[in-house]
Design a protein around this ligand. Sequence first.
Ligand SMILES: CC(C)(COP(=O)(O)OP(=O)(O)OC[C@H]1O[C@@H](n2cnc3c(N)ncnc32)[C@H](O)[C@@H]1OP(=O)(O)O)[C@@H](O)C(=O)NCCC(=O)NCCSC(=O)C(=O)O
Length: 409
Amino acid sequence: MNAAARQALPLAGIRVIDYSHFLAGPYVGRCLAALGAEVIKVERPGSGDAGRQHAWFVGDHSGYFLQQNMGKKGLSVNTKDSRGRALMKKLVDSADVFVENYRPGALEKLGLGYAELAETNPGLVYCSISAYGHTGPDSHRAGFGLIAEAKSGIMQMVGNPGEAPPLLRISLGDMYTGVHAVAAINAALLGRVKSGRGQHIDMALYDTLVSMHEYAVQCYTLSGGKEVPVQTGHDMPNSTLYGVFRAQDGDLVIAAQVDDAWKRFAALVEQNGGPTGFGGDTRLHDAAGRNARRLEILEVVRPWVARRPVADILKMLDGIDVPCAKVQRIDEVLADPQIQARGMVVEQEHPVLGKIRLPNLPFRMSGCDTSIRQVAPELGEHNAEIAASLGFDAAQIAEMQADGVLYSA
Ligand SMILES: CC(C)(COP(=O)(O)OP(=O)(O)OC[C@H]1O[C@@H](n2cnc3c(N)ncnc32)[C@H](O)[C@@H]1OP(=O)(O)O)[C@@H](O)C(=O)NCCC(=O)NCCSC(=O)C(=O)O
């Protein structure tokens, strides 16, 4: 990207210290980089971000790391050493945003807690991400997305009744917390324009997933504690017809829960071998009636779908404007002309790996191009450049490198 295009990005001129590992924190840094910030990823010497050891591997590079750390500069510094800590203090004093996702207390032990850093840089927007947050009885506990998925009530509602819930194959807690952290950081940066002061943003994976329930919490609270959502398998009990169906040669989803769409859908089923009167059954023409007769409806729709190939059903439903989709495999997603037209895969030239293709972020903005072309850094790749920019001379840098305070792979 040329300098003018970079300047057009909304966060151009903002410096972010990305003191993070695994997924949630790195994702925040990646989003801020895509929006134009200069992002410096700080890793411990030796093994670096634990994400570097996570599959999927291409050669000795982790795809997990490459994806979440694209567009960043790499600094590897031992912050348990006083010289490393001094370097970090200088770096943070030059920054606008600090992002970390270590166990609460870990950064304070390193002299990198919010209170200490804000003393010399009161404008700093400091974002902590942890499993449970920095307050409350569980704040000291470590955790992963999976823990938050289980604790939040989400896991208990998915899967077939009576079976152990399935493992979601995306880390919902990390990704959603990251998305909310980006929103909060940008708002705090805007707020700083008025107040001149930064602030501490304290995000928890567990809080995020509790906040993401769009109906389960209210189902309990608004029913006065009488209704507790349970596993319902492949469809929604309070939104009929809305679910996953098995066709002759694959699976598809149908969203005919809005009254008009339902009427078109039921008429189509009747006209194509369904029971006589199904389309005209006025008891099913409103949501309450459909929800009350959900199991009867499923007894008609499931075999109707099962007798037909996916493509035939999609064609019929597209013809009557009822939202539907094949349940796609990843190879089908990447081959989808829609995904290609939206530029949802970004191609980068890696110095060791050659061309690599990774998922893009979903930002589409009329005034700028947020696709990141710069690959994730090697461990400590920009050590010398960053240390020099902070005023360390060549002899000091060489000494820190020799002593392992600055480390490059
Ligand atoms: C991820 C964790 C469980 C990992 O736990 P741990 O491996 O025990 O890490 P800790 O946070 O306790 O910190 C490890 C130690 O590294 C030290 N440390 C860190 N950076 C440095 C540098 N640069 N130099 C020297 N030492 C360092 C830090 O001070 C700690 O030292 P000591 O204090 O001396 O030990 C925890 O960090 C955590 O709960 N994070 C918040 C929630 C989160 O983001 N979870 C992962 C999401 S990813 C996910 O869920 C998914 O992929 O799926």
